[in-house]
Ligand binder design. Structure first.
Ligand SMILES: NC(=O)c1ccc[n+]([C@@H]2O[C@H](COP(=O)([O-])OP(=O)(O)OC[C@H]3O[C@@H](n4cnc5c(N)ncnc54)[C@H](OP(=O)(O)O)[C@@H]3O)[C@@H](O)[C@H]2O)c1
Length: 273
């Protein structure tokens, strides 16, 4: 079997961790886990080595709040065959800019992912795979993309979630057309028992989020297996994938004119390649 390289940004926890284990279980995938927590990252690397010891799995530090740090993930002569992006956060905060001047949630969920896709795509071989795990097929349409693209005026948790999902479909589909030899997917994972919400206030986290996750959340390994099976079976081009790993037919909500505005505004906010 040909050896494949996978880069999993957000692999230090939750769904990214589950995806890493599912990829390691395939036997031919060497995995780089990327995130901020060296401690969790290195412990997951050890776990992966127990699953497929013949590969040099490793951890690299990255901060999605810093696009320069994201850029450092690119090694032109050592590009991944599989890029997975699950970096995320859940808070009740309002508009909070990063040092790049983009709202933190939007940057983690969309801009850092779009930027890495754009940086890596020219170096990826045909049939390489890119998966972003967020809200494929389940987010709403963010109507103010033209007048308040960065959510500086009308920030709310719902708007931030809808905008990130909506921009992902528009932006990733546009990049996928630019690189038609790649397989690109935007998945919704369903409700999964992970560290999601660890930044919520203590009462909300311990009385509501954690008990709900334990009670009705999916197992992160089962979610990882489902998403990896789906990803490895998809055709080239852009797909929206549901929590069961099925392609959502007509899953896109944007029109061609929305897409070109969203793409133009995205590129204007990001640094040059
Ligand atoms: N769990 C669910 O039910 C659910 C439902 C719908 C959508 N989602 C989405 O699925 C994705 C993964 O969520 P999850 O449940 O796996 O959450 P999680 O367990 O909290 O994992 C989030 C990951 O994001 C990384 N991350 C956070 N801030 C970062 C930063 N500044 N730079 C780099 N990495 C950062 C974390 O690593 P470090 O802390 O090491 O940086 C961690 O690996 C998120 O986008 C989430 O919104 C989850």
């Amino acid at each position: 079997m040909t050896k494949l390289r996978a880069l999993i940004v957000g692999g230090t926890s939750g769904i990214g961790h589950g995806i890493a284990l599912a990829l390691a279980g395939r036997g031919n995938v060497e995995i780089t886990i990327a995130g901020r927590s060296k401690e969790r990252g290195e412990s997951i690397v050890q776990e992966l080595s127990g699953v497929s010891s013949e590969h040099q799995h490793k951890f690299v530090a990255v901060d999605g709040f810093d696009l320069n740090s994201v850029k450092k993930l690119v090694e032109p002569n050592n590009s991944p065959d599989i890029l997975v992006m699950t970096q995320g956060m859940a808070t009740l905060q309002g508009y909070t800019p990063t040092k790049d001047g983009i709202d933190q949630k939007l940057q983690l969920h969309y801009f850092s992912r779009f930027y890495l896709f754009r940086l890596l795509a020219p170096h990826m071989k045909p049939n390489s795979r890119i998966l972003t795990v967020l809200s494929g097929g389940v987010h709403g349409r963010y109507n103010n993309y033209s007048s308040d693209f960065e959510l500086r005026e009308g920030y709310s948790a719902v708007n931030a979630a809808d905008a990130a999902g909506y921009y992902t479909d528009a932006g990733f589909e546009a990049l996928s057309k630019e690189y038609p030899e790649l397989v690109v997917a935007h998945a919704a994972p369903g409700f999964v028992n992970t560290r999601w919400g660890s930044e919520f206030p203590t009462l909300l986290r311990t009385m509501i989020v954690r008990p709900m996750m334990r009670l009705i959340g999916r197992d992160f390994k089962e979610c990882g297996n489902t998403l990896v099976s789906a990803l490895m079976g998809l055709p080239r081009g852009y797909s929206v994938v549901d929590p069961k790993g099925k392609v959502v037919e007509n899953g896109l909500k944007h029109k061609t004119e929305d897409q070109s505005i969203i793409l133009e505004k995205t590129l204007a906010l990001l640094p040059d390649l």
